[in-house]
Design a protein around this ligand. Structure first.
Ligand code: ADP
Ligand code: MG
Length: 162
């Protein structure tokens, strides 16, 4: 398990962090024809959606990235993969996930960005990457833990924000 921790200051850096992660995770998903699950943990306002926007824009998406607060999931289809952005904050009944056919999302070549994964405890596979964002006024502390990215890849991201 590789792990790193660093600080990011301001919204721009959170967007940049998302883009940097997309540059690592998308090739991994495509080369392995696999779904990469990223759990985004942290309180309201920690920057989970901001990170996701940077990630999705990093894939070349030019339109507005909307928070899937009411729809639970927002899909973004690209030529050889998809990004599925989940926000499970409003999930009331885990059965909703079954109705959505959540399993299918995990069987495609994709990256699944999942805000509030705790709300679906027991229904999601293990995370490939966990990103915990913790709030302070003008910055955020980031902890990344991953079973699929190498330590030196995470170290490079951390160095970027030093
Ligand atoms: P969440 O999805 O976790 O509830 P959002 O991304 O919607 O959080 O909101 C985060 C808020 O914090 C936004 O107002 C954004 O501008 C701000 N923000 C994001 N990243 C940082 C950062 N690194 N430092 C300071 N403020 C940030
Ligand atoms: Mg959010």
């Amino acid at each position: 398990m590789s792990k790193t921790e660093f600080k990011i200051e301001g919204e721009e850096q959170t967007v940049r962090f998302g883009t940097l992660m997309s540059e690592l995770c998308v090739p991994y998903a495509v080369n392995n024809s696999k779904s990469v699950l990223i759990f985004l943990e942290g309180d309201l306002g920690a920057g989970k959606t901001t990170f996701s926007r940077g990630f999705i824009e990093g894939c070349g998406y030019k339109d507005i990235v909307r928070s899937p607060t009411y729809t639970l999931v927002e899909p973004y289809d690209f030529d050889t993969y998809s990004i599925y952005h989940f926000d499970l904050y409003r999930l009331l009944d885990p059965e909703e996930l079954e109705y959505m056919g959540i399993r299918d999302y995990f069987e495609r070549t994709s990256v699944c960005l999942i805000e509030w994964p705790d709300k679906a405890q027991g229904l999601l596979p293990e995370a490939d990457i966990r990103i915990a964002l913790s709030y302070s006024q003008n910055s955020r502390t980031v902890v990344i833990e991953s079973s699929v990215l190498a330590q030196d890849e995470l170290d490079r991201i951390a160095t970027f924000f030093c």
